[in-house]
Design a binder for this molecule. Structure first.
Ligand SMILES: *[C@@H]1O[C@H](CO)[C@@H](O)[C@H](O)[C@H]1NC(C)=O
Length: 216
């Protein structure tokens, strides 16, 4: 049953990826900013500044991007977080936040990306591949909020935080890395059940995910 649920989630992920962009683009809501959390599906280059085996800052990554430049996106071009930002009329690409010295403060009010390739709901996944865990990403989001407030003032910052779109892609690395390559210490249905629990806990209790969110 739970196994089936995970399969359905994976299928739903694929469907969401292809269907959500035009759907949101025609929505009347105008989001001031987009924030991406999670894994390589949404990471626009945060792993560039990490010492990890999960990196995409070399060719052929980025071969269709801006003259063939590898940017740290796990893709030949843009990733869904960029596509969504563009489709919503927010901006062309979603810049990575982590230790990004090229990040202009003018980018802060329209959103940034905290996602890190290799992340998952299972804390072991992030430890395994030494990337930014979902919890590390939330710490960065807190830091970001401070910078945003400094830049645009308390009231405007609160408006942006309250009315923006938050997207999250997570779970596939838990299965692909931690469960499959790990020691398979438990039957898969049990692990799938844990994943569902961790997901629910993360989405329910963690700011900003009690707000409107699309989870891939
Ligand atoms: C995972 O790590 C975070 C941050 O350290 C912690 O708050 C959370 O309880 C941990 N989750 C589990 C299931 O251990």
């Amino acid at each position: 049953m739970v196994h089936l649920l995970i399969e359905r989630l994976v299928v739903a992920t694929l469907i969401l990826c292809v269907s959500i962009v035009p759907m949101l683009a025609t929505a009347e809501t105008k989001y001031p900013a987009l924030f991406a959390f999670g894994d390589s599906i949404l990471d626009t280059g945060n792993n560039n500044k990490l010492i990890s085996i999960i990196k995409a800052d070399y060719r052929p990554y980025g071969m269709s991007y801006n003259g063939g430049k590898p940017t740290g996106r796990f893709c030949d071009g843009k990733v869904p977080s960029d596509l969504l930002a563009a489709a919503l009329g927010i901006k062309d690409t979603l810049p990575p936040y982590y230790k990004n010295e090229d990040l202009d403060v003018k980018e802060l009010p329209t959103g940034v990306c905290f996602a890190s390739g290799g992340a998952g709901y299972d804390n072991k996944t992030s430890e395994f591949v030494r990337i930014l865990s979902l919890y590390d990403q939330l710490d960065l989001f807190k830091e970001y909020k401070g910078k945003l407030t400094e830049s645009v003032g308390q009231q405007k910052a609160s408006e942006i935080i309250a009315n923006s779109l938050y997207i999250l892609s997570s779970g596939n690395n838990d299965i692909a890395i931690t469960y499959t390559r790990g020691k398979r210490l438990m039957p898969f249905p049990k692990y799938a059940g844990l994943l569902v629990d961790w997901t629910a806990t993360f989405l329910k209790v963690r700011d900003p995910f009690h707000q409107f969110i699309i989870s891939f």
